[in-house]
Design a protein around this ligand. Structure first.
Ligand SMILES: [Zn+2]
Length: 335
């Protein structure tokens, strides 16, 4: 079995093993949400393709190629990712990469290009297209994306799409305990909160501020419905303003709470809730268990998702936060 040290993704492992045995393809897409393990698997596969003595379990880990790869200095492995202050990967950088293709590998028989496809705009994808269509025989492209929706059909048709699956709670528990995080309420919460994404679970387990932020966010969230508009636009705004670096995490925590309220309003099994420790408080804010209540909660949830999208665009922070708070107040007060 390929990559026995990596938990889960059995389908992906089988497909990669088959591709490697058949004499590799030239362009892969590892698609999955951030935190799904797409980089981990893409890199394990890249290392295996560059390894001098690959086996059934992947790269040997001992040869010069493996050592270079692990230290991030393999000359035949290149990655193209967003750099600071770029909104999208500049098309000029895509062209530079393409002009590098014709140079023979330096120490092995292959060259691997890892590309963050979520940050390639249409122009960037078109610049890459010709190379994807006719790469030199030694070139392998590995694209990483959160899905296929941002890719042009012409690009997508050149790629072997390998979708990563969400992990089960048991698998997440295994990953977290292997990484040294102990059992307990905190671990159980993280597993539910991570929603099948190991990278997310590991990031939050390592983030010592997360517990505090979650508590502050819960206190704030539970106060929104009863707060006055004026107060929300001053103190509520300050809550976000003082935590600007964590705003998207705050939105994600709030989303988990509103989803829990939707479960409660649907009289679903409470063991499915993420924030089980807040069940009583979350219940109090859902006055009736009815269709109308669920409609308002869904609208609140949509407002959070909309705000999250807006954070990645160039929308004014003040406008975004104030609109969100007023929408949430309106929906939660009526839920
Ligand atoms: Zn090796």
């Amino acid at each position: 079995m390929l990559f026995p040290h990596l938990t889960g993704q059995e389908v992906l492992k089988r497909r990669l093993a088959a591709a490697a045995e058949a004499g590799t393809g030239h362009a892969y897409l590892f698609s999955g949400a951030a935190g799904s393990g797409r980089h981990v698997f893409a890199k394990a596969y890249a290392q295996m393709l560059l390894c001098e003595n690959p086996g059934e379990e992947g790269a040997c880990g001992q040869c010069d190629a493996c050592r270079h790869f692990v230290h991030g200095i393999h000359p035949d492995f290149k990655s193209l990712e967003l750099v600071e202050k770029e909104k999208n990967i500049k098309v000029e950088r895509v062209r530079q990469l393409c002009s590098d293709l014709s140079m023979q590998p330096q120490i092995g028989t292959r060259k691997i290009y890892l590309i963050d496809a979520d940050n390639l705009n249409e122009q960037g994808q078109n610049a890459l297209l010709k190379s994807l269509e006719e790469p030199p025989a030694y070139v392998v492209f590995i694209l990483i994306a959160s899905g296929t929706h941002k890719l042009l059909p012409t690009v997508l048709s050149r790629l072997t799409n390998l979708a990563l699956q969400r992990y089960s709670n048991e698998q997440l528990e295994q990953i977290l305990t292997e990484a040294g995080y102990l059992e307990g309420d905190k671990l159980n919460f993280l597993i539910r909160y991570a929603n099948g994404l190991p990278g997310r679970a590991l990031d939050l387990a390592a983030n010592e501020q997360f517990g505090k932020l979650r508590q502050e966010t819960a206190d704030f969230y539970l106060s929104i419905a009863a707060n006055s508009r004026l107060n929300l636009l001053s103190e509520g705004f300050s809550f976000f303003d003082e935590r600007r670096d964590s705003c998207r995490l705050i939105l994600s925590i709030m989303s988990s709470m509103i989803r829990d309220q939707l479960l409660l309003a649907s009289q679903a099994d409470e063991s499915l809730m993420v924030n089980q420790d807040l069940a009583q408080q979350l219940k109090r804010t859902v006055a009736e268990h009815g269709v109308e209540s669920r409609t308002h909660l869904w609208r609140g949830y949509d407002a959070l998702r909309e705000a999250d999208r807006a954070f990645s665009l160039n929308v004014s922070f003040e406008v975004l936060v104030c609109q969100l708070l007023l929408s949430l107040r309106k929906e939660l007060a009526n839920a």
